[in-house]
Design a protein. Structure first.
Length: 227
């Protein structure tokens, strides 16, 4: 794996606009990719989430969500350390679990398949429309790719991670527009607290369909805001 800092990525800060996460890039405040996905979530998925909250209870649901988010943050930081060579350790119970998950992703897949790194935790934006921060971009498996790391409380089926593919498509479209790249591949590397590793790859024509799907969600988001 080599580092190739061939692109200059913008600095940004995060802020809330009407209680929605935005990225401030220069004078622009752009909604985040995850905000757009959340605000345009299909009603069927909203109903499933609400049913789950009612089943486990609101307090338990909040605790599960917050614990998963904290574990995921630590896992991301440790994986970034593997990529940069500046190792990170967290000796808390949650941190040790996240460390095992990060090591699994690194040893099982990332160290052998990531050939060239352009950046980690980099900000991308599509002018006047949206912005986001992706975990990793570069050459993966011989392809220009966007890679995101995910933690999951349990293994997932491919049909359950469609929003992740849309998220990758949004990042890729922005990167291509900013830097004249030709990213047509998105990779999700996922691990559970039980240390079950999963990889989901979307590429070429299928990835292009997710790009169109993402642009449809962006259009829906701004349509909702105008009403």
């Amino acid at each position: 794996m080599i580092w190739n800092r061939k692109f200059v990525y913008p600095e940004s800060t995060r802020s809330l606009v009407e209680n929605l996460r935005h990225y401030e890039i220069g004078t622009a405040k752009l909604p985040s990719v995850t905000t757009i996905l959340q605000e345009t979530m299909p009603q069927e998925k909203k109903d499933i989430l609400e049913k789950w909250k009612l089943k486990v209870g609101e307090k338990a649901a909040d605790k599960i969500r917050d614990t998963a988010a904290a574990r995921g943050t630590i896992m991301h930081r440790i994986l970034e350390g593997y990529l940069t060579g500046h190792r990170h350790a967290d000796l808390s119970d949650l941190g040790q679990k996240a460390g095992v998950m990060a090591t699994n992703i690194w040893e099982t897949d990332l160290k052998d398949n990531m050939q060239e790194v352009w950046g980690t935790e980099i900000v991308v934006y599509y002018s006047e429309l949206y912005a986001g921060a992706t975990d990793l971009v570069g050459i993966y498996g011989g392809r220009e790719s966007i890679i995101d790391f995910k933690q999951s409380n349990r293994p997932k089926r491919r049909e359950w991670v469609q929003d992740y593919f849309l998220q990758l498509a949004g990042y890729a479209l922005a990167h291509n527009a900013m830097h004249n790249t030709k990213i047509q591949c998105g990779v999700i590397l996922m691990c559970t607290p039980d240390n079950i590793f999963q990889k989901f790859v979307v590429k070429e024509k299928e990835f292009q369909r997710y790009m169109w799907g993402w642009l449809s969600r962006v259009s829906k988001f701004y349509g909702q805001r105008d009403n």
